[in-house]
Design a protein around this ligand. Sequence first.
Ligand SMILES: Nc1ncnc2c1ncn2[C@@H]1O[C@H](COP(=O)(O)OP(=O)(O)OP(=O)(O)O)[C@@H](O)[C@H]1O
Ligand SMILES: [Mg+2]
Length: 509
Amino acid sequence: MAGSVRTRRSASVLVIDDEEIMREILEALLSREGYQVRLVSSGEEGLELARSMPFDAAIVDVMMPGLDGIATLQELRKLDDDLPVLMITAFASVETAITAMKLGAFDYITKPFKNDEVLIVVHNAVERRQLVAENTALKQTLQAQYRRFSGIIGGSARMKQVFDLIIQAAPSRSTILVTGESGTGKELVARAIHSNSPRAERAFVTVNSGNLPSDLLESTLFGHVKGAFTGAINPKKGLCDLADKGSIFFDEIGNIPPETQAKLLRVMQEREFMRLGGMETIKVDARIVAATNFDLRRMTEEGRFREDLYYRLNVISIELPSLRERKSDIPILAQHFLHKYGEENAKPDLELAPEALDLMMEYDWPGNVRELENVIERAVVLTTGPRIGTDLVPDHVRKTPQFQIPEVIVPPEGISFKEVITDFEKRLIESTLEAAGGVQKRAAELLHIKPTTLNEMIKRYDIRPRRRRAPADAEPGGTESDNNNGHGAQPAAPPPAGARRLSAGFGEE
Ligand SMILES: Nc1ncnc2c1ncn2[C@@H]1O[C@H](COP(=O)(O)OP(=O)(O)OP(=O)(O)O)[C@@H](O)[C@H]1O
Ligand SMILES: [Mg+2]
C-alpha cells in the first residue's frame, strides 16, 4: 500500500515525557522509521504545541510532575477528539493505563517496552487517524451525493460514472434510457435525472408499462374523449398531460405493446399525441426517461421492439452495474439500510458484525440492491440485540464451499484406514477454516459441529493458520532486525490490530 507508507513517513508524533532518556529513545526509534517527532518534557508544553500545530499521534507518559499524563490526555482530546493518544506507563501502574483507556486513550505501552511494540502501536494509531480522516471525507462526499442524487448510494468507480452521466445529461431535454438488472436502482436514477434537471419543480410521472393491455395503457397515457369506448362517459386527461413541462418515466419500456410503441414514437418525434377516440393533436413537452432490464437491441432484432423507437430512446444510455460488479459498495449500502430500517423499527445504533458483512461480500446478489435491502430489513426486524451477526444472514446468502469427495484409489498393497481418515479430516478442517476467513465459530457452523469439538481437532492435528493476504506494511516489526532496546530476546511481533482478519489468525468469533 504505497499510500499508507507515504503517510507513515510524513506522519507527525508528539512525545510528552519528563524523562530525557525516554524522549531520546523514542525520538531515535520513531525518526528512524520516518516519523516527524516533536519532543516536550511536560503536559503543559505538550498542550501548547498541540494547539499550535496538528499531530497524527501523541505519546504521553502517565507519571509526570505538574499536569500528569491522564490530565494531559483529557486536554489533548478536548483539542482534537480524533487524535490517537498512546500512554506510557510503568508496569506497576497498569490500573492507570486502564483508566486512560476508558478516557479515550488509543492504547498503552508498559515500561520497559520493546521497540517493536512501540512501532506497532504508533503505526496502528497513525493508520487509524488516517482512516478516520478518510472516512469523514468519504461520508461528507456521500452525504452531499445522497442529497443530490435522490438517495442513490455508491462510492465505487462504476457508480461515479453513473453520477457523472446523470449530471451531464440531466440539464438537456434528451431522452435517456436506463438499463440494468432488476433491483440495480433504475428508478432512483430516473428520479435523480429529473431532480437535477431544470424541470425539477414540475411533475415526475411514472408509467408502469408492464401489465396493462394496450387500450388501457393508451387511455392512461393519452386520456380519452367522451364515448371513446363503452364506459367512457366523461372525457379524461392522461399521464402525458400531467407530465407537460416535467418528465415522464417509462418503467420497463420493453413491455410496451407494438401498437402503443408507434404512438409513443410520435410523442417523441413530433411532441404531440391524440386522445383515445379523439381527432385533435395535443402538444406536449415532456422529458422522457425509460428503463428496461431487457436487451432491447435483441428485441429489435427479433422484431418485438420497434427499431426506430429503440434508436429514439437510446440517445443517451445509462447502464447500471449489478451489485456483484461493485461489491466495494456493499458496506456503505448495508450501513445505509441498517440506519434506514433501524430508524423505522426504533432500533437505533445497530451494528453489523464483520463476519456478517464478510458473508454479504462473498455473495453474488442476483436481486442486486433490492435483495440486499431486503436482507438487511429482515435482519433489523428480527434482531434482539444491537449487533447483527451471521445468524441473521439468510441461508441462501451464506456461500458454503463447493464440496467434492476426492476419488479414492486403494493401492495393491493396501492402505492404513486410520491414516487416510486422519489426513482427510485435517484437510477438511483446513479448507473450511480458510473458507470461514479463519473464524473458528463460523467454520464449526459450516461443518455442523460444536466450536469446542473443532478447537480440539485443531489442537490435535496441530493445524496452523494459513496466511491469506499479508500486506507488505502490515508488519512494521518485520522491517528491522535489531530493533530491541536492550530488554533481551523478544518473541515475534504480534500483528497490528487491523491486520487480524488478513493474517487469518484463528479468531473465536
Ligand atoms: N444505489 C442505491 N442506493 C440506495 N438504494 C438503492 C440503490 N439502488 C437501488 N436501491 C434500492 O433498491 C430498491 C430497488 O431499486 P429500483 O426500484 O430503483 O430498482 P430497479 O432497477 O428499478 O429494479 P426493477 O428492474 O426490478 O424495477 C429500491 O428500494 C431502491 O431504493
Ligand atoms: Mg424499477
